[in-house]
Every structure is written in C-alpha cells, then in structure tokens.
Design a protein. Structure first.
Length: 646
C-alpha cells in the first residue's frame, strides 16, 4: 500500500508543551474560528465525502480526494480567514468533491474538459498525497493534434492553501492567454518557492497533463511571476532541456544579494555552499541552450534578480533579454506583456523535435546532471562549478570540453541514427578517442586520462539522484520509520518524539501532505526496494538503524558516538546524516533529520533552502526552535565516495 498513515505511535508521546515549546508556524498563518454550527456542517459533509471516496477504487480518485484533503486540512490547520466567505467556499469545494465521487462511480469524467477551466489532480510519487493544478483549454482548441503547453507558476500567497487555490483558480484569469495552447497552474505545495516537493510536483503536474491531453512535449513554456518568477528561474535553469522557452517575471534568482546579507551575518560555510543548489547564477550557462525572456518593473525592487543575471550572462558573452516595464512596480504593463507574449509564441513556433547538436551544461550537483543527450555521472568534487560544452562537429566527430567532471554518459544525439559507428572520434579536453566498435551509448570515465568503458563503475560513489545533502531525501518517495523501543537516553527519546511530531505537523501544514509513516517492525523488503527511509531514533530504539549503522562511516551505540574521528557524549549528542541504504544502494537512508529549513526561514522563499550538508552532530542541550533542531557542533559533506573528507 502506497501510504502508511498512522494516527498514533507505538510508543506514548509525552506532552511536548511541558518539555519543549511548540514552534510557531509562519505559513499558513493561523485563521479565525468558525461558528460551532458551521464546523458541524463542514464535518458532516467531510464524513459523507470520505465514505463515498472509500467506495471508489479508481486510480483517478485523486481528482475527487483533493477536495476532501483541502477542507480537512483547512479544519485541522485553522485555514479559514474570512467569515462566511470561507465557510461557503468550503461547502462549494466539498460539493464538487461529492459530484466527482458520483461521476467516478458512474464511470463519468465530466471535469476532463474540452474547453474552459477546471481543477485536476494527481497522487504525488513523493508522499502519496493528492495534489491539485488548474487546467485551462481555450474555446475551440483542436484537441486532435499535439499542442503547446504553458506552465504558469503563481506568486506567493501565505493564505492560498489548497482550498483557496482551487476556488480562486476556477474564477481567476491567467496572465498570458494563448488561444493555441493548453495552460496549467501547478499548486507546487503552495508556498515553498517551487523547491523540494514543490519542485517535483511541477514536473508531475506536467507529466499528468501530457498523459491526459495531446501536448507536444517539445513545445513547453516555463513561466511565472514573483515567487513564480523565482520558480521559473530555477526550474528553467535546472531542467533546461524540458522547455522550449522560459519567462521569468520579477522573481529572485539567488540568496545572498537578494536578502542583503552582510558578511558578518553569513551563515555557516556549509550553508553558503548549499546556496549552490538553487542560486541560478551557478546554472546560468544552461540558458545558452534555449530562449529566455526576463521581466521587471522599473520601480520594482525585485529588478535586482534580473540585474544579477545580466551580470552573470555577460561572463558567457551573452545579453539577457530583459524587458523593463516603464514606471512599473511589482506588476506587468500591457506593452511589456505584448513583447513577452510575442517572444514566447515565436519560440514555441520555432521549436522542433530535432535534438540540438551543440549543448552546454552547468551544475554544482548530480541532482541536476542532464542536458539533452548528455548526463554527468560523476564530479571531481561536489559544489564546485562543473561544466560541459559538447558539439557534434561532423557525422563522425564530437568535441567536449569539461571542468570538474569525472564521468559522462553520451546517449544518441541523432533522430535518424541507431548508434555511434565504429571510427567515431571523441575529442574530450584535447584527448582523442576513437570507437573500435558500434555503440548505442558511450560511457566515459576520467582517471589519469579519459577512457571509454562498457559501463560505469558500480562502486559506492555519489551519482545522479544519490548525492545528498540531507534535504535531497524529501524529493523522492520516502517513508518515515519510527522506533518501537526506548533508546539508551531519555533526552534522545524526548527529542526524537518532538521532532517526529514537528515533522508530521510541518509536512501537513507547509508541504500539504500527510506524512507516510511506518513502525520499524513493519518495514518490508518491498519498502527497502522502493523507498528512501527516514529513520528516527537510535540503534537501541530503532531496529532498522540497528541493522544499518555499522555499515555507514558513523559508529554509534549506547556508550559511544564517533563521527569523523571525533568522539561525542551519547547523553547529549545525536548524529543526523544521509547515506546510501546499505540494504539497497539505489535508495537513501536519512537518520534523524527533517527537510532542514524551518519556520523562521519561511519569512522569504529565498531562505527555504537546505541548511545542513550530508552529516551533522547535534547537541540536544539546545532545545529545537524555528532555526534548527538543536545546536550544530559539527557538520560537513561526505566526499565523492561517501566517506569523511580527509
């Protein structure tokens, strides 16, 4: 079963308010109390909808369940903000959910429209939660042929949770109506800047609409404004080969300058290093591959983002297409909209199915390793500037220039050829290599020199989508594994219980899903095969930790804790880290850690970045707060072979 939701833990949860102070949330803000009769009416409809959902086995149940989740979360989290209006909104949402359960029971799909606007939904692969998006199909659009797709990312709205998003989405207007394209508005987990699970949700929403409608996957535009503009910057830079064109409207592009951090206020070095995950200047070379149009209001302080990118683009010898709205603040003017629309439409028309033979890739992590037919399989060192420029010079020659790259995969760049022929020459960093036999895929590895291999090494190393930091585990399917026993220390047990409950609340409130949870005694071989495991507790309290800890670089038992050749006091210190699961090297384990950015970082989406590297040691004498789970006494990244750095 995909989701393992528990309403209780196997161990008794103590009263946290007596032990640790509950951390005040920022997003979404606490709303107003409904009248008792209003709450009763909503709960009655929720109960009815829940019973009807239980009768449906369809894989499309997400399209009805999303309405239940939206109102259920609004009640649990206190997300009603306007008297009467939000009560009526909740009833409308629930009525739509009831209508859809009836339609599903009768094998009808009335919301799968031929034209107009509707709410659609999918089950997230990350946590199994239903996630919505708004779909718009212009009147008269010919759905018998492949069509362009506009992906429009919404701006920040602290109160625009699922219920409000769906209600507003059905009545709002889009910025760039295009009578010849389908448009979607991903929810993106509301207000996390299209990062973490929100980032993956955008990709899944695109996958869902391309599965259900005739979308030309070569003609997808990534667009957005404000927080959505920031999302378009980073998604545009990280997944460049998915887009025909990118439009970024007035959204931040990096962390340090945008937040006006002074040097004396810089965070730990490892956190500064982790800015390299989302700071777009580190990926600016990727925009050499596709058209990009940025927009800023002349008087908008967020013009700063495009100015930073203008400066960065000059390093690559290119000029940013930056449209500036005359005398405008944080909004568009009609003339600029026309110019942007023209650029986007032209790019969509020009984009073909032909794969470019000259490509550029820039990254700092193997989380973002791909550009068209090239995949970076290994780095000399993570979080350093890493680039590949590749070009098919002739039908028999390819030239590549690399920096900080240790391994590559070259897939076929041609549509009309089945393989690389014998005699094909690869010139990489000035070194010439010729194929002695036909190859469908070329595996390149660098030792003293570059060489062609039959396959990449299977040794334990950082590789695409298995490279850390801790935060990375929350971008793929996971299960939270809770302990069924006590540890060697009451302080640890108290902290573990608090942090599990904190993560459970935060995942529901901020990440808009119910946490997938299992007891350590219930984890199956199938779970180990299919999921990342987030393990809470100690080797004594959690049986899975007990099984795997001795196969990691960290030594930990009841009397001793040794991390990076340092010994720590087990009565007050606890490790948290990410590592390939020793029982399945294709998945992660994470021990004792949440997504690492916390409530105090929610004040601006630019701070909702990973705060901790691959491993950390906490001192639990500092209580968990809105900045950290504890006092960090040491932390760093593992090397490329998942060992402590020398």
């Amino acid at each position: 079963m995909r989701i393992f939701l528990l309403s209780f833990f196997i161990f008794t949860l103590v009263s946290f308010s007596q032990e640790y102070e509950k951390i005040k949330r920022r997003i979404p803000p606490k709303g107003i109390n409904l009248l008792e009769d209003e709450t009763k009416q909503i709960q009655q409809k929720l109960t009815l909808l829940k019973s009807k959902l239980a009768e449906i086995s369809s894989s499309e149940k997400a399209e009805a369940e999303i309405f239940y989740k939206a109102v259920d979360f609004a009640l649990q989290n206190g997300e009603f903000y306007k008297k009467k209006q939000d009560f009526e909104k909740a009833l409308r949402i629930l009525d739509e959910g009831l209508n859809r359960t009836t339609a599903l029971a009768n094998s009808q799909r009335t919301w799968q429209i031929k034209s107009g606007k509707t709410v659609r939904a999918f089950y997230s692969k990350i946590d199994g939660s239903p996630q919505p998006y708004i779909l718009e199909i212009p009147e008269g659009l010919d759905l018998t042929k492949p069509l362009p797709l506009l992906v429009w990312l919404h701006g920040r709205g602290d109160k625009i949770t699922d219920m409000h998003f769906m209600d507003k989405g059905l009545s709002g207007n889009i910025k760039y109506p295009n009578e010849k394209a389908i448009t979607i508005h991903p929810f993106g987990r509301q207000c996390i800047g299209y990062k973490s699970a929100g980032e993956i949700d955008v990709l899944e929403a695109i996958e869902h609409v391309t599965t259900n409608y005739p979308v030309n996957e070569n003609k997808i535009a990534m667009m957005g404004f404000s927080m959505g503009g920031a999302g378009a910057w980073h998604l545009g830079a990280h997944y460049t080969d998915k887009w025909a064109v990118v439009h970024t409207g007035a959204g931040f592009a990096e962390t340090k300058e945008y937040t006006k951090l002074k040097k004396e206020n810089y965070p730990a070095v490892y956190e500064q290093t982790l800015w390299g995950l989302y700071d777009v200047p580190n990926y600016s070379r990727n925009f050499l591959n596709i058209p990009l149009v940025a927009y800023s209001g002349e008087k908008d302080k967020q013009i700063q983002a495009a100015q930073v990118m203008e400066r960065e683009f000059k390093k690559h010898g290119i000029t940013l297409n930056h449209i500036i709205g005359s005398n405008m603040g944080h909004q568009y003017d009609p003339e600029s909209q026309k110019k942007i629309n023209t650029t986007v439409r032209k790019a969509l028309r020009k984009r073909t199915a032909e794969t470019p033979l000259k490509i550029h890739l820039q990254t700092r992590t193997l989380r973002y390793p791909k550009m068209y037919w090239l995949i970076v399989e290994g780095l000399d060192e993570h979080w350093q500037d890493s680039t590949v420029d590749a070009e098919i010079k002739t039908p028999m020659t390819m030239e590549l220039k690399t920096n900080n790259i240790s391994a590559l995969t070259l897939n076929l760049p041609w549509k009309d050829k089945a393989s690389y022929p014998p005699g094909f020459e690869i010139v990489i960093d000035g070194q010439s290599i010729k194929l002695t036999k036909q190859k469908n895929t070329i595996f390149l590895s660098k030792k003293a020199n570059w060489q062609i291999l039959d396959s990449h090494s299977q040794e334990l190393r950082k590789k695409p989508y298995l490279q850390g930091p801790i935060y990375d585990v929350y971008k793929a399917p996971f299960i939270v594994v809770i302990p069924t026993d006590e540890s060697h220390n009451q302080q640890i047990d108290k902290w573990v219980k608090f942090e599990i409950e904190h993560l459970k609340d935060r995942w529901r409130e901020l990440f808009r899903g119910n946490l997938p949870i299992k007891k350590d005694t219930e984890v199956t071989e199938s779970d180990i095969k299919d999921y990342n495991l987030i393990l809470w507790g100690s080797p004594k309290s959690n049986k899975i930790i007990q099984r795997v800890i001795n196969k990691t670089p960290i030594f930990w038992d009841a009397s001793s804790l040794k991390v990076n050749n340092k010994n720590y006091d087990t009565s007050k210190n606890i490790p948290a880290f990410i590592y390939p699961n020793p029982e399945n090297r294709e998945k992660y384990i994470v021990i004792n850690c949440d997504p690492t950015f916390r409530e105090n970082h929610d004040r601006t989406n630019s701070l909702q970045n990973p705060k901790l590297p691959d491993w950390v040691v906490f001192d639990l004498t500092q209580a968990p707060n809105g900045d950290s789970a504890g006092n960090v006494v040491d932390a760093d990244f593992f090397d490329e072979k998942w060992q402590f750095k020398k």
